[in-house]
Design a protein around this ligand. Structure first.
Ligand code: SF4
Length: 184
């Protein structure tokens, strides 16, 4: 499937199948009825309904979403290089009465040689597996991913046991605005 080059776009015009999908539509509709999915769909819709679309920043959306989901404890998985920003996020969340756990990528103080056998650098290593385990142990309801390096974010996300969303994507070349690197 390549939707970007599709000429007819029947999925948008007629709200029907183009018969090129690799899934059974009725099965997907059933999945949306699962309470764990439908709650998220409802909370997400409320962020843009009633003329709200375009009025909230992403952090404002996260706060509203978390309130609607009745989350109590929010985790911040952050890059040590963005600690100031992580502190600012923590303040915004605590001002809204959330319990916050902020965990640095350097948690555990592992050596680079302990994480990457090919490395001969002796500095402290990023530890995305430990970062995920720490947030799992603290039983946060939602984790915000903040500036975690490419690749490390995959390991972090793979090992988090709760829902997570990315608040900040690291893009060292374009001041963390990846769209600038796409040229569109
Ligand atoms: S009609 Fe099918 S191929 Fe075309 S954009 Fe929609 S889903 Fe993609």
């Amino acid at each position: 499937m390549n939707c970007t080059t599709c000429g007819d776009k029947v999925c948008r015009k007629q709200q029907t199948s183009c018969n090129r999908e690799g899934f059974v539509k009725s099965e997907i509709i059933e999945q949306y009825k699962d309470a764990s999915h439908s709650e998220i769909i409802k909370a997400a819709a409320e962020l843009v309904d009633s003329g709200k679309a375009g009025t909230l920043s992403r952090i404002e959306e996260i706060i509203e979403f978390a309130k609607r989901m009745d989350y109590q404890k929010i985790g911040i998985a952050y890059c040590y290089g963005m600690e100031q920003q992580a502190k600012a996020i923590e303040t915004l969340l605590t001002n809204e009465w959330f319990d916050v756990s902020a965990v640095s990528c350097s948690v555990g103080g592992l050596k680079q040689s302990e994480v990457n056998a090919a490395s001969c650098i002796h500095k402290v290593s990023c530890n995305p597996l430990g970062q995920a385990e720490q947030l799992n142990a603290e039983k946060v309801d939602l984790t915000l991913v903040v500036g975690i390096c490419m690749g490390h974010d995959i390991l972090l996300n793979r090992n988090l046991s709760m829902d997570f969303t990315t608040l900040v994507v690291k893009d060292r070349k374009f001041n963390h605005a990846p769209l600038l690197g796409i040229g569109k």
